[in-house]
Ligand binder design. Structure first.
Ligand code: F6R
Length: 248
């Protein structure tokens, strides 16, 4: 794993955007794995600004998102489909048919999970997977204990994840209890992974993932088994790693 230190959230976001733009400019048909949540918001803002100011084109880019809530319609403003449109897709020139998220409204969720795996395979796999880090070490919605071998599947969200996401909903009770997520094995098949970590709240879990041997109780620690992971973390997120002199 390669660790890039950023000064603060904005610096992390600019570095992440530059990383993504380099792939977009270099590859003939890049497949980007994208994440939602608070962490990548300013990264997407940097991509929007770069598209507007420098004309970086996404006509040749394909995207697959990590996850989507079950039972939330795509046009609902709490869906991840809506988030992606609002934060990125509606502002760049990517063809809508190139953008993909799991369908959380599918009647047969198992079939939907299989369809999503085949779709990623048909696209030739993910070139760069962007990840945020859950407070309990989850990646995508792969909560502690998710098997290493998991592919796209339906999950029951833990109370801590629902509480962390409640800020986007009217109340905790309206946060969905299930989601469809790429599995650990799906994520590990990406050619390269970019993990973004920001803020003092994430300092503990970042220290844990860097110091532990890969184990399923801290899903993000399994990233150590991937050959090409880049972490961009800001100084608040790195505070405990530095305090304890953790090497990895
Ligand atoms: C989002 C996702 C989640 C988040 C994680 C961190 O698509 O899959 O794993 O990346 O929960 O969320 P934030 O960035 O809000 O702290």
């Amino acid at each position: 794993m390669k660790l890039i230190e950023a000064k603060h959230y904005q610096d992390m976001s600019q570095k992440a955007a530059r990383f993504i733009i380099e792939k977009v400019n270099r590859l003939p048909a890049p497949v980007l794995g994208l994440a939602t949540g608070g962490t990548p918001l300013a990264t997407y803002q940097c991509l929007r600004e770069d598209h507007e100011n420098n004309g970086t084109s996404y006509k040749h880019v394909y995207t697959v998102n990590l996850d989507e809530y079950v039972g939330v319609a795509p046009d609902d403003n709490n869906s991840y489909t809506y988030y992606m449109k609002k934060q990125l897709f509606d502002h760049i020139d990517i063809p809508p048919s190139h953008t993909h998220l799991p369908d959380g409204m599918a009647e047969d969720l198992e079939a939907e999970c299989r369809r999503y795996e085949s779709l990623i395979e048909r696209l030739g796999g993910v070139d760069l997977q962007l990840l945020g880090l859950g407070l309990n070490g989850h990646i995508g919605f792969n909560e502690p204990g998710t098997p290493f071998s998991s592919e796209t599947h339906t999950v029951e969200l833990t109370d801590s994840t629902r509480e962390a996401n409640a800020r986007y909903f009217d109340s905790l009770s309206s946060v969905p209890s299930q989601a469809v997520t790429m599995g650990i094995s799906t994520i590990m098949r990406s050619k390269q992974i970019l993990l973004l970590v920001s803020g003092a709240k994430k300092a503990d879990i970042l220290a844990k993932l860097l110091s532990e041997e890969p184990n399923e109780d801290t899903p993000a620690s399994l990233l150590k088994m991937h050959q090409d992971v880049v972490i961009i973390a800001d100084s608040d997120a790195l505070s405990i790693v530095k305090e304890r002199g953790i090497t990895y």
